[in-house]
Design a protein around this ligand. Structure first.
Ligand SMILES: N[C@H](CCC[C@H](N)C(=O)O)C(=O)O
Length: 280
């Protein structure tokens, strides 16, 4: 049996496992079973805390999508795991190693957590895209949306700017765009309505997960891409279905994301058993 914590950031929810005491091999079918909202615990991502892999970091964080794929970044989960580690150690700041780089987090008033999400990667091959092009204007369109901007926060993001996010069929658009051949590693798809230079309404289709109530890296990408397009300032409140994140793209090039965290319940689970039961 393995203990887990159920956490979320603005409703973007996670099953958090702790593999620091001992390795926790997670084959794709086990991740899919854990994330299954009817036959498992249910979550948007499975997060595994592992021993640190580089000096100066407190732990390593592995991010798995419900389809079993691994992601390089997860802003909302980073806040949750950072809060967990700070509470555990009685510290006010921690550093987490991820595939997307080292992320430093610290407590903010009101139970909020701020994460330095690093510098966005803006070149076509860093997103990555299938061929050389201007990442500010991608030749991509579907019903009613076109001309997105792209950047990477460690994970790939395309942001479409639209007049009314409520009018879009995100499920249909998102599924098709995530798998467009322009994105050799697929992509997270954001639909952003710039309400004001410091306020963006954002709905997300996440790579490997589908529609989520919030996406931290997606919120960072939306502010970066909006600013690059001259549509917003360097900081903005990003209003997602699940609530608001504060995003600031500093003059130093680094993006800071600030938002809440929540732990809902804990439990124990037999990982091999749920994978077998789901496969039955
Ligand atoms: N689906 C994303 C990972 C989770 C990102 C999101 N939950 C966040 O808060 O950043 C990807 O495959 O890149």
């Amino acid at each position: 049996m393995v203990a887990f914590r159920k956490m979320h950031g603005l409703g973007n929810d996670f099953v958090v496992l702790d593999a620091r005491p001992r390795p926790l091999p997670l084959p794709a079918e086990t991740v899919r079973a854990l994330a299954d909202r009817r036959r498992g615990v249910g979550c948007d991502q499975v997060i595994v805390i592992e021993p640190p892999r580089s000096p100066g970091t407190d732990a390593w964080m592995t991010i798995r999508n419900p389809d079993g794929s691994e992601a390089e970044a997860c802003g909302n989960a980073t806040r949750c795991v950072a809060a967990l580690l700070m509470d555990e150690a009685g510290k006010d700041r921690v550093a987490l190693g991820t595939l997307g780089g080292t992320l430093r987090a610290e407590r903010r008033p009101g139970g909020l957590v701020a994460v330095d999400m690093g510098t966005p990667r803006l070149a076509w091959h860093e997103i990555p895209l299938a061929r050389e092009m201007d990442t500010l204007h991608l030749p991509l369109a579907r019903d009613g949306v076109s001309d997105p901007a792209a950047c990477s926060m460690g994970n790939p993001h395309a942001t479409f700017f639209v007049p009314d996010v409520a009018a879009l069929d995100i499920a249909t658009l998102g599924l098709s765009l995530e798998h467009d051949p322009l994105f050799p590693a697929r992509a997270n798809i954001g639909f952003a309505q710039v309400v004001a230079p410091d306020r963006i309404r954002l709905r997300m289709w996440e790579r490997g997960a589908g529609i989520t109530l919030a996406c931290g890296s997606g919120a960072c990408a939306a502010v970066v891409n909006a600013h690059r397009r001259g549509l917003a300032g360097r900081s903005a409140a990003v209003v997602l279905d699940g609530g608001e994140l504060n995003i600031a793209w500093g003059e130093d090039g680094r993006v800071t994301m600030t938002g809440p965290v929540a732990e809902v319940f804990t439990g124990v689970i037999d990982l091999p058993a749920i994978a077998e039961a789901r496969a039955a």
